[in-house]
Design a protein around this ligand. Structure first.
Ligand SMILES: Cc1cc2nc3c(=O)[nH]c(=O)nc-3n(C[C@H](O)[C@H](O)[C@H](O)COP(=O)(O)OP(=O)(O)OC[C@H]3O[C@@H](n4cnc5c(N)ncnc54)[C@H](O)[C@@H]3O)c2cc1C
Length: 571
């Protein structure tokens, strides 16, 4: 079934669940009027639905390939990319002074959701460029901003991020790439980077690599790393493309999925580059890009969940099998278990999407107001949005295969592609395990203050709902109370490894409770027993209770994990 952009769903969440009106009320984002938001949603939806989604199968069947050192992209991708660039979609939230639209990141997040549902592998390209734009805006010297930002924002040039090396994956501090000063303000960057998404393509323009490397006087570990802009072509003063830099794509990875996205092994041989931000402070500069990308990757999972859901629903409404226990459509949708699967996909999709959009609203509010509370809220929600968004994508895509029965594993239906494509989202941009550790350590370094403030808000909404609709309000209220107790327990653990041992279930439980909160908000905005109330009831009855087991797991401690010796793990 062709992808249908869920424009009215986004509008509902923005207007009634995550408080987009607060963003539009700020001076910085005054231009995000309801009319502008409507126009962006509609046009982005049209592009993703009509132009990008038809390319999705090409990416899978006709993967990117390396020919004579140059990446050739999947059939139709170059035209699809042109449509993205010409529509100005790379620079929705980029600064207006460099040609961007200057609109809230919340709208970029909606765009990223739709393009991920339409074609995850192509959508990854502008996502990386968006992150690079943010990093340059925050850390690049003026001349670099003038040269690179207008061209990245217009989509004429694209951006990549080069962190990973064979011995330096999650442990970025172990990297060995080097940068030597050339004596003229530039640097010679040497090293090999692996898994570099969109490290090259045939869309034209320049490929701008942000590369982490160590200066000769850089200390070992993350504190001695610097960030460099290393373009594929050295730009002339007027921005035209000059000579080729001394870097190349050595090979492309053969992957489980996401075949349309070229994943490159890059070799830099004394390639000319320029420092971005201060020497030895590269990790801080790269974090600007990574935080943006973490939310963006969570949203990739959510988009994939939507694509998989739409596919599965269409199939289920068509497939007839067996006598159904209720009068209905006469298709497998009338079977209780198929209902369970489809509603789980839909309810989780709503929960994950609301969490991601609430995170984007917090990011926008922190930019617009400079208030520390908003910054802390965005920081707290980022790992949850990343991990829960991608988990939702994986689970929904898996369930989508199951809804299709045998046809789920037959590639022609396209159901399996969602499952293969989305798998890596739980791994790149910091694995979901690393996200959970970030949540219980760095994001709780305030003694749990930001988490408790959010729990207070959830509890206030549940309290209000209790009076009106006890069967929904009571369980959410109880869940927030259990989450509060577990948060207090975690914060009290001084041994960080005890926190880490429970980090993943804690993050999942936090997301489960947040999902209950947003479902409740959506239900409270409509007349009783409308479709949102029915979906909220499903979520609260069947999915929210998972938080009990998850919170119990998060407080077990670490002793049992180390009880079995490695040699005993073989037996
Ligand atoms: C398709 C694809 C595209 C990618 N694109 C890019 C890109 O554009 N740019 C780029 O720089 N990188 C990219 N990556 C790399 C990606 O970010 C890394 O794969 C990821 O960070 C994990 O590193 P690793 O693969 O070395 O796994 P490892 O770090 O070896 O991790 C293996 C396992 O150990 C766990 N682990 C590791 N350290 C810890 C710890 N301290 N505590 C607890 N658990 C831990 C992990 O969670 C994981 O489960 C891409 C990867 C893929 C597969």
């Amino acid at each position: 079934m062709p992808y249908q952009a869920p424009v009215s769903e986004f509008r509902y969440i923005l207007d009634h669940v995550v408080g987009m009106d607060q963003v539009a009320a700020t001076e910085r984002f005054a231009e995000a009027t309801p009319e502008t938001v409507e126009a962006i949603l509609t046009e982005a939806g049209r592009l993703c639905q009509d132009v990008i989604a038809p390319l999705n199968r090409n990416g899978d069947l006709d993967p990117a390939r390396l020919e004579n050192g140059v990446v050739r992209t999947s059939k139709g991708f170059a035209d699809g990319y042109k449509a993205i660039a010409e529509g100005g979609w790379v620079g929705i939230s980029a600064p207006a002074e460099f040609g961007g639209m200057g609109l809230p990141h919340t709208l970029t997040t909606v765009f990223n959701d739709m393009i991920s549902a339409a074609c995850l592998s192509l959508g990854l390209n502008p996502l990386l460029t968006q992150g690079q734009i943010e990093a340059l805006e925050a850390h690049a010297p003026d001349w670099m901003k003038q040269m690179y930002l207008p061209r990245l924002i217009s989509g004429e040039w694209t951006g990549t991020m080069n962190l990973t090396e064979p011995q330096a994956g999650s442990d970025v501090g172990a990297l060995r790439s080097k940068a030597e000063p050339n004596g003229d303000g530039s640097y010679a960057v040497t090293g090999q980077k692996i898994y570099i998404s969109w490290g090259d393509h045939d869309f034209g323009g320049n490929v701008c690599h942000l590369v982490l490397a160590r200066l000769p006087d850089g200390a070992p570990g993350t504190r001695g790393i610097s960030l460099f802009m290393v373009p594929k072509y050295l730009p002339n003063e007027d921005g035209s493309l000059g000579e080729a830099n001394t870097l190349k794509v050595v090979s492309l990875e053969h992957k489980l999925g996401l075949h349309g996205s070229p994943t490159c092994v890059m070799q830099f041989d004394g390639a000319k580059g320029w420092l971005v931000g201060e020497a030895h402070k590269g990790m801080a500069a790269m974090f600007t890009m990574m935080n943006n990308a973490r939310l963006g990757v969570g949203v990739q999972g959510i988009g994939a969940a939507d694509g998989a859901y739409q596919h599965a629903l269409a199939y289920a409404l068509d497939r007839k099998q067996g006598k159904t226990p209720v009068e209905g459509t006469g298709t497998i949708v009338d079977h209780a278990d198929v209902r369970r699967m489809l509603l789980t996909m839909k309810a989780d999709l709503f929960a994950a999407r609301s969490i991601a959009l609430a995170c984007a609203v917090a990011l926008d509010m922190s930019k617009a107001t400079d208030e520390a509370d908003w910054e802390a809220r965005a920081a707290l929600l980022t790992p949850i949005a990343k991990a829960f968004g991608t988990e939702t994508g994986m689970r929904a895509a898996e369930t989508g295969v199951q809804v299709h029965g045998g046809m789920g594993v037959i590639e022609e239906t396209g159901a399996a592609q969602y499952s293969r494509d989305v798998r890596v989202t739980a791994i790149y941009e910091g694995t979901n395990g690393i996200q959970a550790m970030d949540l219980v350590a760095r994001k709780m370094a305030d003694g749990g203050e930001a988490a408790q403030a959010l729990i207070d808000e959830m509890q206030a909404v549940a309290e209000e709902a209790r009076a009106r609709n006890g069967d929904l309000g009571d369980p959410v209220w109880q869940a927030t109370e259990s989450l509060r107790e577990a948060t207090e327990w975690l914060v009290a653990q001084k041994d960080l490894n005890v926190r880490f041992a429970g980090a993943v279930p804690f993050l999942s439980a936090f997301a489960r409770v947040l999902g209950g909160h947003y479902h409740l908000k959506a239900a409270m905005e409509e007349a009783e027993d409308g479709p949102r109330t029915k979906l909220a009831r499903f979520y609260i009855n069947r999915l929210l209770p998972e938080h009990v087991g998850l919170l119990a797991q998060s407080m077990v401690g670490s002793t049992d994990l180390y009880a079995l010796r490695p040699e005993e793990m073989y037996a």
